[in-house]
Design a protein around this ligand. Structure first.
Ligand SMILES: Nc1ncnc2c1ncn2[C@@H]1O[C@H](COP(=O)(O)OP(=O)(O)O)[C@@H](O)[C@H]1O
Ligand SMILES: [Mg+2]
Length: 324
């Protein structure tokens, strides 16, 4: 790419449905991903990360805007994407339950025109690297975490130029997570471009570039240090929080309302207790965040933190973690 960018997106708009059932998801989104780098896409559940990856992959066609991936519009004539230049590990695991791990890798390897010997070599390495069970085990009989790792193996298998990893490290133990990041850094140094979405803020801080996404747009993107510097803050959490706070006040949701909204997802008669617990957790998390904030005080910090924390409560990865 002459401009050094593997992905260059401007004014991207994409939603779902039509008429009254239309949902706007991505709104005038811009994103720049340099070739041979790791881009960490960070944002609350429902902000549009998966939708964005699907546009980059060519599975969803943009409603409007400019999207260039490896030099072309995905799916257009002459563009290498979708195809063997890209490896995709989707958030929703899409594997054939009836196949063994070996058959799964062979199936995908053959689709990418790899020789059986090449698949065999990669299989040996991937099974050891990702702590997978013996390759004759049937995918349908694996645990959720093992299936996610098989899905990651499928994305890595053919050593594509572009890797799109949608929450590949959910539920992965910290030692393996560190190993995966170390490998991603190695292959990025060798020229592979990687976009990885994650709920783990610390993890995103290891990326070369981070995009902080909210409500279908990027609030900011840049190297983690570069993003944190202007705000005088020491962590990505605080930077994100500060950027969220810049949004107009009328978007704010008070803690009690958040409790109610979470309670409405709670089961029947137990709603009151759920609300109480949710409000308590949000309040505590917000308090924690505020304590860390040395430059500003007051309700804004609580409301901002509560909003971000609430998205963690609703996230797929459970209620325990503060995720954005
Ligand atoms: N196929 C679909 N049809 C309608 N709405 C969808 C569809 N897929 C996602 N959405 C909605 O789009 C929004 C963004 O979803 P998604 O891209 O999955 O966000 P994230 O990956 O950040 O959690 C959510 O409100 C979600 O409910
Ligand atoms: Mg998602």
């Amino acid at each position: 790419m002459s401009n050094g960018l593997a992905i260059d997106i401007a004014n991207l708009t994409r939603g779902y449905g039509r008429g009254k059932s239309r949902v706007d998801v991505l709104e005038k989104l811009g994103m720049k991903v340099p070739s041979g780098s790791i881009y960490g896409l960070l944002g609350p559940s429902g902000c549009g990360k998966t939708t964005l990856l699907k546009v980059v992959l060519g599975r969803l066609i943009p409603d409007s805007g400019e999207v260039s991936v490896l030099g072309g519009l995905p799916g257009s004539k002459g563009c290498a994407v979708p195809g063997s230049d890209v490896g995709y590990s989707p958030q929703e695991i899409a594997l054939y339950d009836d196949l063994s791990i070996h058959e799964t890798l062979l199936f995908h390897g053959r689709l990418h025109k790899m020789s059986k010997a090449a698949v065999h070599d990669r299989e040996k390495w991937l099974i050891s690297f990702l702590d997978l069970p013996v390759s004759k085990r049937q995918v349908g009989k694996l645990s959720g975490g093992q299936r996610r790792r098989v899905s990651l193996a499928v994305g890595l298998l053919h050593e594509p130029r572009l890797l799109l990893l949608d929450e590949p490290t959910v539920g992965v133990d910290p030692e393996l997570r560190a190993r995966i990041w170390s490998h991603l850094k190695d292959i990025a140094a060798g020229g592979t471009t990687i976009i990885i979405t994650t709920h783990y803020i610390d993890e995103a801080g290891q990326a070369d570039r981070v995009g902080l996404m909210r409500n279908g747009a990027l609030l900011a993107e840049g190297a983690p240090e570069e993003l944190m510097k202007p705000h005088g803050h020491k962590s990505l959490e605080q930077t994100f929080l500060l950027l969220c706070r810049r949004k107009p006040r009328d978007e704010s949701i008070e803690i009690d309302e958040l409790g109610t909204s979470i309670a409405s997802k709670g089961a029947g008669d137990n709603g009151g207790q759920v609300k109480e617990n949710a409000t308590k957790v949000i309040g505590e998390l917000a308090g924690d965040w505020m304590k860390k904030d040395t430059s500003e005080t007051g309700g804004d910090a609580i409301v901002g933190a509560a909003k971000v924390s609430a998205t963690g409560v609703e996230s797929e990865s459970g209620t325990e973690e503060v995720s954005v």
